[in-house]
Design a protein around this ligand. Structure first.
Ligand code: SF4
Length: 445
């Protein structure tokens, strides 16, 4: 009988991509993915260590797997992959002595071989640290969606923001070969995928590690993807504000398929805190960049991430973040309280902001953002926007979709298979739009 496996994924899109990749690799070994750990022979948690809460959830999932292994009548194998596996490594053996897999991100592409070894009685696979560069396994990815695909363009990060574990757990940045990305996107478009999401910790530095002969940058990659024939959209995640050249903004502005949306995490509006965070830009230079983006790209949306309560953040620093919020007028901002992560530079800075104060600041930002998002969305009333319907219906006669500038939208209309349409906006909420199919239903591109 075929062996079965279960994966519970925590964290960012990169982890979701990795889980789809692990799914493809184990499927190639003849195993079958199941939707519950109680049906599985191999139980895996793909972990995140960016925030303590996510790390706790992964540990408690492991506890559940361990209990299942003890009580199960059949042999069960369990383990952890992803960022927390890299960060805590063999320390998991102390709390979970019968664990079977501890696999860091650099070794997930070899999980097929490790699974075979463990199933054959070869003992626990503990593999962490820098791995061998290999992008060939990425072709095995088994995507959950048939319309929306994540395509990794680079791995790791060289930015070393002082609060972030990513450079330590995912290693230095390496770019995927240009041709490999283009041929994967061509294949996906041929298979009918409608939305391609190019993914990297900082896509803007794509190609910086290439030799002079193969030199390509992210703008050139976007241009080449835009030139691929077919009906599809392209999004990209995430852009570091310190690395945005005008060339990239102009490439998006002149493209046919690149969606008008930049996710540009600001993290703080205080230059003093930005310096402590090692972000390498100022509030003013950030505002200049988004000014250029908004000037050159029609109906562009700019979204951001903000951390409140970084060690040393004073009331005055926080007020600067509020001022920046008002000037930037983000479409959406994702706000987080600071979570100290062992091994980062910021971990050694004494925390000065209480949890109560962090939560108060968070609430204040969220309330202001709600008002700003409503104002930003109100300007779309009466406009016709390109929309990709995903083929699902939320209520009777309300179709689920997303605008090209990445706003969730509900469209009045009859059942529809999904695809590109044009929608006239009739109602707005802070974080969604509502509309009707435009009279002249045409392709959204
Ligand atoms: S850019 Fe900064 S926050 Fe983003 S992954 Fe790299 S180190 Fe972490």
């Amino acid at each position: 009988m075929k062996k079965t496996f279960f994966i519970h994924t925590f964290g960012c899109q990169m982890n979701q991509y990795d889980s789809e990749l692990v799914d493809g690799i184990l499927s190639k070994e003849g195993m079958v993915r199941v939707d519950s750990y109680e049906k599985a022979d191999i139980c895996l948690v793909n972990s995140c260590s960016v925030r303590e809460l996510a790390a706790q959830k992964a540990r408690s999932e492991l506890g559940m797997f361990a209990a299942y292994k003890r009580k199960s009548k059949k042999p069960v194998y369990y383990g952890i992959i992803g960022c927390l596996a890299e960060q805590e490594g063999k320390h998991f053996l102390v709390k979970f002595p019968d664990i079977d897999f501890i696999i860091g991100p650099a070794y997930e592409r070899q999980i097929g071989a490790y699974a075979k070894k463990v199933l054959a009685g070869g003992g626990t696979a503990v593999v962490t640290g820098p791995g061998k560069e290999d992008w060939t396994a990425d072709e095995l990815i088994k995507r959950e969606s048939k319309k929306n695909a994540w395509v990794t363009v680079s791995k790791g990060c060289n930015s070393f923001c002082s609060y972030c574990v990513v450079p330590y757990v995912r290693g230095r940045e390496t770019s995927r070969p240009f041709g490999s990305i283009i041929s994967e996107v061509e294949k996906l478009v041929g298979e009918g995928y409608k939305e391609i999401n190019l993914l990297g910790q900082n896509v803007n530095t794509y190609g910086k590690d290439f030799s002079a002969i193969e030199k390509k940058d992210f703008s050139e990659l976007l241009k080449a993807v835009d030139d691929i024939k077919g009906e599809f959209w392209v999004r990209f995640w995430t852009s570091h504000p310190k690395d945005i050249p005008l060339k990239l903004i102009e490439t998006v502005a002149s493209s046919k398929k690149i969606c008008p949306h930049f996710h540009l995490p600001i993290q703080s509006g205080s230059d003093r805190i930005l310096k402590l965070m090692n972000r390498n830009y100022t509030a003013e230079s950030y505002l200049r960049i988004i000014g250029e983006i908004k000037k050159r790209i029609k109906n562009v949306s700019v979204t951001s991430d903000i951390i409140v309560g970084f060690p040393g953040e004073t009331e005055a620093d926080f007020r600067r973040t509020l001022e920046l919020y008002k000037k930037a007028a983000f479409d959406v901002a994702y706000t987080y309280t600071y979570s100290a992560r062992k091994g980062t530079k910021a971990f050694d800075i004494k925390e000065t902001v209480s949890e109560t104060m962090k939560n108060e600041r968070l609430r204040e930002l969220m309330n202001i953002q709600r008002e700003i998002s409503q104002e930003v969305n109100d300007k779309y009333i009466g406009q016709v926007l390109p929309v990709l319907l995903d083929g699902t219906v939320v209520e009777d006669n309300l179709l689920n979709g997303r605008t090209n500038n990445n706003k969730p939208i509900f469209v009045e209309g009859n059942a529809c298979k999904g695809g590109f349409v044009r929608v006239k906006i009739t109602e707005t909420k802070p974080f969604s739009l509502k509309g009707v199919l435009a009279q002249d239903v045409r392709k959204g591109l």
